[in-house]
Ligand binder design. Structure first.
Ligand SMILES: [Zn+2]
Length: 538
């Protein structure tokens, strides 16, 4: 259906448009230059028009998400069936259908599941296929895979193996979670003191894993660079590990996930402090690096991660219930329900560090995330946007938080920045789309996907971003006045790079030695799971 959106203020920073009032035409699922006079008209006078939101880092599908749903049945809220909606559950970890509904109601049209064990690709794909309305991609975990350790030690076949793994799973990119560290933790039950510790039995170090995989992804030219959850998450003093990891990847493209959780000074046995300014300085000197923040929001959260080590730490802080799980020879997994309290020194510091990263950073480089649901639900994005746009609101919230922690950040000094609408459009759309290599997303130029969100221009930015007036997905009007009108499937986004098919003769015996799954049964071939997909070629 052709649509002409008339009279809205267009915020399309990727094309240098900052609130210009003009019409926007959509046809055939794309932004077009002109439509026929009988096209449907949407009157957007007095409204703000942006590309659909793009979430570069969230956890929405696969075994850990499903286990978290089962772990906290009391945290579920009912999503009732209607004429067009399926029943399900909302709350911190929504069910599949509800995840699609709620993202869409917020004006988001593309979401990346940031940590999928490749061994569980079938499960991840099945859940993503069941998640309507949004386009979706998933990153496969490669930082603690024993077969890859063997290839890294031998210095051969890694690039081909990574490309094979993407082809075998339908994944979009490569994720490192505590690279080498989960395996080391299984061996030694503690934090790592340096990236140069030897992983027993494999004769490789975390630094070699980071360097080898980062280089291979860079050389393959995948649309999204290596996506790094650095070692020592949550540990006081871990900013040194983060900077060391950044330097190890020097000169190569890389994205650092939830940087807030990796920005701490202090001693491992003491209270943390902020080293956010140093990390921002490093990013500014290294345009090849980007990050998302992983903002903590006060209130309930669910920590879920492939970093089984940090889950064990959270468990020991007094969790009512927890789950820790080993994914064969590939990765780990831990889940702990958690509440961030504004009067807690540590939680207020985490909250403050997240805001420092946003307020000191360049929105093209430092993107919005809560690491949903680790720092809080994606449903808190409108409140987070208000914290960035509305200084008076931020100061009010600052006063409620633990003052000892807030005084140890820069927030009380000169950080009076207020984000503009265009800057919000950058860190929630243009920058993540560009970083994901999704050339048709995150902007409104001719040829872009017709994913568009239209907001009332309300002074209360939280209310504004929580209740878009219209959401258009692939040219179809899906949300009107806070209600879903239709629930089309989104598209699976996969990435592919050419590889030497002979790599299977290297991998098959290594699989035979280690996996419980036969090599021939590992790749996902089921067309119902794999198709349709939009495959982005390296
Ligand atoms: Zn995450």
């Amino acid at each position: 259906m052709a649509i002409r959106i008339t009279g809205g203020a267009i915020h399309d920073p990727a094309n240098g448009t900052d609130g210009d009032v003009r019409d926007l035409c959509l046809d055939g699922g794309k932004v077009v230059a002109e439509v026929a006079p009988d096209a449907r008209r949407i009157d957007a006078r007095g409204m703000v028009v942006m590309p659909g939101g793009v979430d570069i880092h969230a956890h929405i599908a696969g075994p850990k998400v499903n286990l978290a749903r089962r772990l906290s049945p009391e945290a579920r809220e009912p999503q009732d069936r209607t004429e067009i909606l399926r029943s399900g559950s909302a709350g911190l970890v929504p069910s599949t259908f509800t995840t699609g509904y709620r993202y869409s109601l917020l004006g988001y049209t593309t979401v990346v599941e940031a940590a999928a064990p490749p061994l569980a690709a079938r499960h991840v794909l099945a859940e993503l296929r069941d998640t309507p309305l949004i386009d979706k991609a998933f990153l496969i975990l490669m930082g603690n895979n024993q077969v890859l350790f063997e290839l890294i030690r031998e210095g051969t076949g890694l690039r081909d193996a990574i490309a094979w793994w993407l082809e075998a799973t339908g994944g979009y990119g490569v994720k490192l979670v505590n690279p080498g560290g989960v395996e080391l933790w299984k061996q030694s039950n503690g934090r790592i003191s340096s990236l140069d510790e030897h992983i027993a039995g494999f004769d490789v170090t975390p630094r070699q894993v980071i360097e080898a995989i980062g280089t291979a992804v860079h050389e393959l030219g995948l649309p999204h660079p290596v996506h790094v959850h650095a070692n020592n998450l949550g540990v006081p003093g871990n900013a040194s590990t983060t900077l060391d990891t950044m330097r190890t990847l020097d000169g190569r493209q890389a994205h650092f996930a939830h940087l807030q959780f990796h920005a701490y000074g202090g001693k491992p046995d003491g209270l943390p402090r902020s080293r956010a300014p140093e990390l921002i300085d490093h990013l500014k000197a290294h345009p090849e690096l980007t990050a998302d923040v992983g903002q903590v929001m006060f209130g309930p959260a669910t920590t879920m991660t492939a970093d089984a080590q940090i889950s064990a730490v959270l468990r020991d802080l007094g969790a009512d219930k927890w789950l820790n799980h080993d994914t064969e020879v590939e990765t780990g997994c831990g889940i702990v329900p958690f509440t961030y309290k504004e009067k807690s020194y540590v939680h207020a510091l985490q909250w403050g560090i997240g805001l420092e990263l946003f307020l000191l950073g360049d929105p093209w480089q430092v993107m919005l995330s809560t690491d949903h649901p680790n720092g809080g639900s994606f449903l808190s994005y409108p409140k987070l946007i208000r914290l960035l746009m509305d200084r008076a609101f931020r100061e009010d919230q600052l006063e409620r938080a633990n003052q000892k922690a807030i005084r140890r950040t820069m927030l009380l000094d000169a950080l009076d920045r207020e984000y503009s609408l265009n800057e919000i459009a950058i860190l929630t759309r243009a920058a993540p789309a560009r970083r994901l290599g999704l050339v048709d997303k995150g902007h409104l130029g001719v040829g872009a996907d017709a994913d568009v969100t239209i907001y009332h221009d309300r002074p209360d930015r939280e209310e504004m971003f929580a209740t878009p007036r219209y959401v258009i997905k692939a040219g179809e009007l899906v949300v009107e006045d806070g209600e879903l009108r239709t629930t089309p499937d989104g598209t699976l986004l996969s990435a592919a790079a050419a590889f030497d098919a002979d790599v299977t003769s290297t991998l098959e015996p290594l699989f035979g030695d280690r996996y419980t799954v036969r090599f021939a049964n590992y790749p996902v071939r089921d067309p119902a799971l794999r198709e349709p997909a939009r495959v982005v070629q390296a």
